[in-house]
Design a protein around this ligand. Sequence first.
Ligand code: ZN
Ligand code: FE
Length: 256
Amino acid sequence: MSVSVSPIKAFNDNYIWCLRNQTHCTVVDPGDAAPVLTYCQDNQLTLSAILITHHHWDHTGGIDALLAAFPDIPVYGPQNKDIKQITTRLSQGDNLKLAQLGVRFSVLEVPGHTLDHIAYYGDIGLFCGDTLFSAGCGRLFEGSPQQMFQSLAKLTALPADTAVYCTHEYTMANITFAEAVEPSNQALIDYKHWANEQREKNIPTLPSSIQRELAVNPFLRCHSAELVTNVNQNMGATLTSEQATFASLRSWKDNF
Ligand code: ZN
Ligand code: FE
């Protein structure tokens, strides 16, 4: 039985990614249970596992109600005791298999947005929560710029054709910032046209891919001469490393 990945919309701009075959499904970061329960009912699916990337409520808020409807299913998540419902706590390099779907993942620790943040990587794609967005990256609520820089480097080391499933539809807003930083990037200009068309039809811009993000995402392009010039100008300083450029770029975006 083949496995597909579908977005279940939640709140304003969250996607609860649902991995499913004909009979079973697994959801990633169910911030809200109601749309997941509706999806399961409409498609006659049994929820067989929950994957969590980090502790924020918009990724965890639906766990209790889903466990009430589907008791005793495994809840995979990070090494964070504050997320009490987790049954299997995961660390860098751990492997897991979703038995009913036959899907395997390995775990990447990607601190930065939060300190507990993990990502799930497998043949089916990368589920990266709020670490990497299309044309952007997560805010640094808990980690340092250095941690986030290294976490993003872990993700970009994955195969170029890896499908990238982010939790939020932030693409158009991210592109607006990316254009300010790297206005001559033709891949970005082309991507804006495409993404805009998608959004006008109310279609997700996700999943992205590692290859696309390397071409359009300013946070992965701290080597670009145009980007470096603009970040230096914004800072009124000359930055001497990609990591320093990344840190300044992130704080520029915070105030954009
Ligand atoms: Zn978050
Ligand atoms: Fe979030």
